[in-house]
Design a protein around this ligand. Sequence first.
Ligand code: GRF
Length: 203
Amino acid sequence: FPVVVLISGSGSNLQALIDQSLQGVLNIDIRAVISNKASAYGLQRAEQSGIATHALSHKDFETREAFDQALATVIDSYQPKLIILAGFMRILSEDFTRRYEGMMLNIHPSLLPKFKGLNTHQRAIDAKESEHGVSVHFVSAELDAGAVVLQASTAIDENETAESLANKVHTLEHIIYPLTVKWFSTGRLELNSGIAYLDGAPL
Ligand code: GRF
């Protein structure tokens, strides 16, 4: 099942996907990893696994639309059936999100609809939440607002720091993202009129 993964950083979620496909748990073929930052460690992870990589810097383009157009051209050359955003830290244009509607997933480190955007761990602590977590969702034009597919939560303990919380959430991410990708790649998960369905039942 052909997929392309978009990253901007460490790529630990990418690594979880690579590992599970090597183990035969996931039936995906990661055709390429694309980063908007040439220094992203995830590009090295991809290379180590023999996966094609591209660094496409948004700074080389005058507008968001021009960058997104170039990004789409690279993506389409691999003919993926799913685009996986795994720590890709760019806001995508409406045209781009519409082009891949129903075939693009993102992972966001909060229990959406709470804490869209950045610095979610610190914000959850500051808001004195008792729990925090992570969400996998289909990407829509509005940031972090597409249909949620799966969430996992963890308690915010006393003396919790943004770093300790991020570590706990990352552990959850590496479980739920591959699982969600598996649902999609085996035809169990789909988006229809903005609603996510698993095995034909709305989520
Ligand atoms: C994760 O926390 C993910 O939820 C967010 O970006 C981070 C990516 O981490 N969207 P990694 O690069 O996969 O290690």
